[in-house]
Write a protein that binds this ligand. Structure first.
Ligand code: ASP
Ligand code: MG
Length: 378
């Protein structure tokens, strides 16, 4: 942990736990027996506590949990999986989407509690802070939209006072709550998004995104030979790269950082001494290519007006449909009768096409890829 000022740590669920919980949610919806899957998840969390307590397969950590801490964590894990089992047993207790979020949030809730305990074991005060008290969202389960003003107020009340005396606040990413306090989630990979959101809400000096790569590279190492590590990159390039396929930054996190002017530093957990890549507000490159990104599984939608000429407001209608279905588009090209744009494979695609077909001819081309060159003055 770097920095001497107040510190908020945002954590993800343990590796693959969210995937497993997603499968549990699907199983419940389909009426399957999910007890075995829940048992496996419960054991994984218990094993992690055993490791932190110095008697599990992962033993060897230098700072170990006290017996009390270990017991409290085990109780919490057991209690949480009992709750999930109860939700599975009574499928009418919550609407499907709300139940999914209540279950998915278990991954982050439990990892955050464990990380808080592990930090305390090093001698530094740390406490779990419930993201439901900080990350206020709308009610769209599974893909909730953060409410910035409310978040700012919630953080002033429930986050800043916690860290003011040097206590580390540990918050599960990805999880929030709507106005009524019901659990929501921000969409897959949303942990980094939470970090950027909280950073913006408390005017953080910097948000460090700890990931598994050294930083932002000038190209994907699986595709491009010997890409360079970019020590610094401008916000705009970072946003472009995030949207056009560089998996390093969550697009929402990048946009958040731009609008709230919080610098992001992308760093590798495996090389904590390495500075990684700083994403900076004030960096404006000259006519320079910063990076290349590629994305597969892209869909092209061609929308052609049925009228003889482009009627006034046609494009506005098209984009209104996309907007209402929250379908972001990447590349757009317009000609006299046709507009074409690319988008990612989306659940909403069918509904979007149906609505567009009410006033236009729509053609869908699948399985495309985009290659994006990001830089200035190109
Ligand atoms: N645990 C969530 C997911 O796997 C959020 C995250 O990891 O960023 O999608
Ligand atoms: Mg993640």
């Amino acid at each position: 942990m770097s920095g001497t000022g107040p510190l908020v740590v945002v954590v993800s669920a343990m590796s693959k736990v969210t995937d497993a919980l997603v499968a549990v949610c699907r199983g419940i919806r389909e009426g399957d027996d999910v007890s075995e899957a829940l048992g496996a998840l419960r054991s994984r969390h218990m094993d992690a506590v055993d490791g932190l307590a110095g008697n599990g397969p992962d033993a060897g950590a230098d700072a170990l949990l006290s017996d009390d801490e270990a017991r409290a964590l085990r109780d919490r894990i057991a209690g949480r999986f009992d709750e999930v089992a109860a939700l599975a047993a009574d499928r009418t207790a919550l609407p499907d989407a709300a139940r999914d979020d209540a279950i998915l949030s278990a991954g982050e809730d439990l990892s955050a509690a464990m990380v808080a305990a592990a930090i305390r074991a090093t001698g530094r005060p740390a406490t779990w802070v419930d993201p439901r008290r900080l990350v206020r969202t709308d009610g769209r389960h599974g893909k909730a939209v953060p409410q910035h003003e409310a978040m700012r107020q919630q953080c002033a009340l429930h986050l800043l006072p916690v860290v003011a005396d040097g206590t580390v606040a540990v918050v599960g990413g990805f999880v929030g709550a709507n106005e009524e306090g019901a659990t929501t989630t921000l969409g897959r990979g949303g942990g980094d998004y939470t970090a950027a959101l909280l950073g913006g809400a408390v005017d953080a000096q910097v948000v460090h995104i700890w990931t598994d790569v050294t930083g932002i590279l000038s190209g994907d190492p699986r595709v491009v030979d010997g890409p360079r590590l970019l020590p610094e990159i401008g916000f705009e390039e970072a946003v472009e790269l995030a949207y056009f396929g560089a998996k390093v930054i969550h697009p929402g996190a990048a946009v958040e950082a731009v609008t709230r002017r919080v610098p992001l530093r992308i760093r590798s957990t495996f090389e904590p001494g390495h500075d990684g890549t700083l994403v900076r507000q004030d960096l404006r490159g000259a006519a320079e290519i910063a990076a290349v990104a590629a994305k597969t599984g892209v869909i092209l939608l061609k929308v052609r007006t049925r009228a003889w000429s482009m009627p006034y407001g046609f494009l506005a209608r098209v984009f209104d449909v996309l907007g209402r279905h929250r379908t972001p588009v990447d590349l757009v090209a317009a000609s006299h009768w046709t507009t074409a744009f690319t988008l990612d494979e989306a659940e909403e695609l069918e509904a979007v096409v149906a609505e567009l077909s009410e006033f236009a001819e729509v053609e869908v081309v699948r399985d495309l890829a985009t290659v994006t060159v990001v830089g200035h003055g190109l």
